[in-house]
Design a protein around this ligand. Structure first.
Ligand code: PEP
Ligand code: MG
Length: 587
């Protein structure tokens, strides 16, 4: 049994599938003579790219975790540079006309049988490192990350070092019941995707890939952050029972999808969905979301080989608008950087402080030509929404200063003029800012003069307020929304917005967590946007709380001086108000 960070609630039992294998695509065809040179070049380029990846990973792990943990990537780099290794692959490509992928698999198989005969357990285990290198090269060799039809039956539990956002999106096509990763945290994007799909997930399990092989039985307990590897039959049976209860509870709650969201005395609430792509609109509908509160457009960019052009973007936005007829759809402009990279925009992971660096709106400002394409597509999608009785709102991420907001309003205004001039239809879009940077929270009263609405991105706000990287398991204890400073800042921001009559939503992960939800309600928040999977739970909880109760809970919570006290207090209060929801909360 291993303990990590609980990132998505629920319980799952299934067969382990180690992530790289899902993406490796060994081709068995024989090369024609004319293809050999190109295949060799492709192999060399994959090696170069893998070496760059490994170096970046090593630096990152060294900085975030420690020297010892990072050393393994140095070992992988030396395997990659190994002359015998590379010569073998080249020979097989040239002499046997094998594709690079097939040659790598042959090499792995050869080594695997040699290593298996070794007496020394330590050496026997080194084959895992070779496998890692081969799989990394395999990923680099395949042009597109396409999950293959898996050879395993039944529900799968994905085991990975770190689930890249683009991989997590691709996983939508596989029957995944659980996710376990070595790195990542509550608010890493892989975790967010797991939650949006209602998949139990645990992060921060060190040494995971050394202990888990494809085909092992895994239990994921996303409430407690536990992972059990090949547990005995009784344990499996006990967890299967919990898993069934989890499914039943989810199904039962989803039946409330057509009921309006209200507090116990009938105050209407907006429970919107955070979506990452068109597919998520199905989940939003199934879970009863009343709007799209946050559409993260970066996944459109992440899954495209190049900047998606205006027509491509407009088409996707139109589809999303059509999938949410009559509703409000809030489209957030590209928020790349931090844990998400788009190489074609000149962005890489190599910055010393990616979350504080060239990220999000800062990057968009430096690519005015690409940014304009997105703003144009959003404004035109708004015309389409209006025809269907809905509306589109435009949301700008990571706003830090008033100047940025002024500049953005200018861009929107000029884009409207341009479209009018070109005779293209466009809609009226409210312009909003994401409140994620403490500097903007301090200046909120002035910011409100420049925006039509505010969306609080608590995932980032918490990491910046606490100076604790949201993806670093070593500091995840500090990234705590239920901490006194966070609650104080949120209370102040929400009250400022309400006083100024500026609509305010919170779209960070805490919106979908029962303990935080109750406190946000007490602060006067009435609009929430969350992973669709959380909507039924929150709707059910809302029915059990009235405004006064929520306000009293907030008053009490603000009297505590530490996060531990607040969490303990709120756990007991939610247990009292809604004891049946415990299976759907994380510890
Ligand atoms: C947030 O920061 O809370 C947010 C919703 O944005 P993201 O998680 O995409 O950074
Ligand atoms: Mg954010």
């Amino acid at each position: 049994m291993r303990r990590g960070i609980p990132v998505s609630p629920g319980v799952a039992v299934g067969t382990a599938y180690c992530i790289h294998e899902v993406f490796v695509n060994p081709e068995t065809k024989r090369l024609r003579d004319s293809e050999v040179t190109a295949e060799l070049a492709k192999y060399e380029a994959a090696c170069d790219q893998a070496a760059i990846d490994l170096r970046a990973l090593r630096t990152k792990v060294e900085r975030q975790v420690g020297h010892e943990e990072a050393a393994i990537f140095g070992v992988h780099e030396s395997i990659l540079r190994d002359v015998a290794f590379r010569k073998k692959i080249r020979d097989w490509i040239v002499d046997d006309r094998m594709t690079a992928g097939a040659a790598l698999h042959r090499l792995l198989n050869e080594y695997q049988s040699q290593f298996a005969r070794m007496k020394d357990e330590y050496l026997r285990e080194r084959v895992a490192d070779l496998r890692d290198v081969v799989e990394r090269l395999g990923v680099r060799l395949s042009d597109v990350l396409q999950p293959q039809a898996t050879p395993l039956d039944g529900p799968l539990i994905i085991a990975a070092d770190e689930l890249l956002p683009s991989q997590a999106v691709a996983l939508g096509q596989i029957d995944v019941q659980g996710i376990v990763t070595q790195s990542g945290s509550q608010t890493s994007h892989a975790a967010i995707i797991a939650r949006s799909r209602g998949i139990p997930a645990v992060s921060g399990i060190s040494g995971l890939l050394r202990h888990v092989k494809t085909g092992d039985t895994l239990v994921v307990d996303g409430r407690e952050g536990l992972v059990l590897i090949n547990p005995n039959a009784e344990t499996v049976a006990a967890y299967r029972k919990l898993e069934r209860e989890f499914f039943n509870l989810k199904d039962h709650l989803a039946e409330n999808r057509d009921q309006p969201a209200r507090t116990s005395e009938g105050i209407p609430l907006e429970l919107g969905a955070n979506i990452n792509d068109l597919r998520d609109t199905d989940a939003a509908k199934a879970m009863g979301a009343s709007c799209v509160g946050l559409y993260r457009t970066e996944y459109l960019y992440l899954t495209h080989p190049d900047v998606p052009d205006e027509g491509q973007q407009l088409e996707v936005y139109r589809q999303i608008v059509e999938a949410s007829p009559g509703q409000s759809v809030t489209i957030r402009t590209l928020d790349i950087g931090g844990d998400k990279t788009v190489p074609y925009l000149g962005h890489t992971h190599q910055e010393a402080n990616p979350f504080m660096g060239w990220r999000s709106i800062r990057l968009s400002f430096e690519h005015p030509e690409f940014f304009a394409v997105q703003v144009r597509a959003i404004l035109q999608a708004a015309a389409h929404a209006e025809k269907l009785g809905g509306k589109v709102r435009i949301l700008f991420p990571m706003i830090t200063t008033l100047e940025e907001m002024r500049r953005l309003r200018g861009i929107v205004r000029r884009t409207c003029e341009q479209l009018r001039h070109e005779g293209k239809p466009f809609g009226q879009v409210p312009v909003g800012m994401m409140l994620e940077v403490p500097a903007a929270a301090v200046m909120i009263d002035y910011m409100l003069d420049l925006v039509d609405f505010v969306s609080i991105g608590s995932n980032d706000l918490v990491q910046y307020l606490m100076a604790a990287d949201r993806d670093n398991p070593k500091v995840s204890h500090l990234c705590e929304p239920l901490s006194p400073p966070v609650l104080r800042v949120l209370t102040q921001v929400i009250r400022s917005c309400n006083r100024a009559n500026i609509p305010v939503t919170l779209c960070g992960e805490m919106a979908g967590q029962p303990r935080s939800f109750a406190l946000l309600l007490g602060m006067g928040l009435r609009r929430f946007s969350m992973s669709p999977a959380f909507i039924p739970t929150i709707k059910e909880l809302a029915k059990k709380i009235d405004r006064r109760t929520a306000e009293r809970l907030l008053e009490r919570a603000l009297e505590f001086k530490t996060a531990t006290q607040i969490k303990r207090f709120m756990t007991s209060q939610i247990q009292r108000l809604a004891p049946d929801l415990a299976l759907l909360d994380t510890a």
